[in-house]
Design a protein around this ligand. Structure first.
Ligand SMILES: [Zn+2]
Ligand SMILES: [Zn+2]
Ligand SMILES: [Zn+2]
Ligand SMILES: [Zn+2]
Length: 182
């Protein structure tokens, strides 16, 4: 008890001084509690522990000792992981759409998230995707949304939200959507 509160005091003393809470020597890395050195040491340590678990066929989830099955996790933790990435992907998708005009089709107003996508206005989508791939970036879907987020959602007039229906019509016909024609 006594030992723990001393540990906590030391933690806050370092934190408030902007020092790494692990070594207390170097300044903490931007937005993190630890310095660059301690962060990479920690990552290396976690990676080794993970490799060992994979080699022994144990679920890689922290603290779990169940045997892994189809993936590197036991069934229960794989399911948890799937749900987590599903929620994360849905959240980043919504956030991206909100940033580029709202989570609804900018043409027909459909707001079913599953049929919406981010469209390149001007139709340079495929060349942009190619260009992104050539510099090793994820060019489609959630990786692309995450990249936009990390850049603060730039080029607001380059993208718009469209539903599959309008998107398909515009790109197949190469003309304004039938919703826009009178
Ligand atoms: Zn450190
Ligand atoms: Zn597990
Ligand atoms: Zn639409
Ligand atoms: Zn339309």
């Amino acid at each position: 008890m006594e030992k723990q509160s001393r540990h906590k005091r030391r933690y806050w003393k370092r934190k408030n001084a902007g020092l790494c809470t692990s070594c207390g020597v170097n300044p903490s890395h931007e937005g993190k509690s630890w310095c660059q050195g301690c962060l990479s040491k920690g990552a290396e340590c976690r990676r080794k522990a993970k490799d060992k678990k994979i080699k022994n066929g144990i679920c890689v989830h922290n603290g779990c000792n169940e045997p892994s099955t189809k993936t590197q996790r036991c069934d229960r933790h794989q399911e948890e992981q799937n749900l987590r990435s599903f929620k994360r992907n849905l959240a980043i998708k919504k956030e991206t759409f909100e940033a580029y005009g709202g989570a609804k089709c900018s043409c027909c107003g459909d707001d079913e998230i599953w049929v919406l996508c981010l469209d390149h206005i001007g139709g340079d989508g495929s060349s942009h995707r190619q260009q992104l791939r050539s510099i090793g970036k994820d060019a489609g879907g959630h990786g692309f949304y995450r990249m936009l987020k990390s850049q603060g959602f730039p080029d607001k007039d380059r993208y718009r939200v469209l539903c599959c229906n309008c998107n398909l019509y515009i790109h197949l016909r190469g003309e304004p959507c039938y919703h826009q024609q009178s």
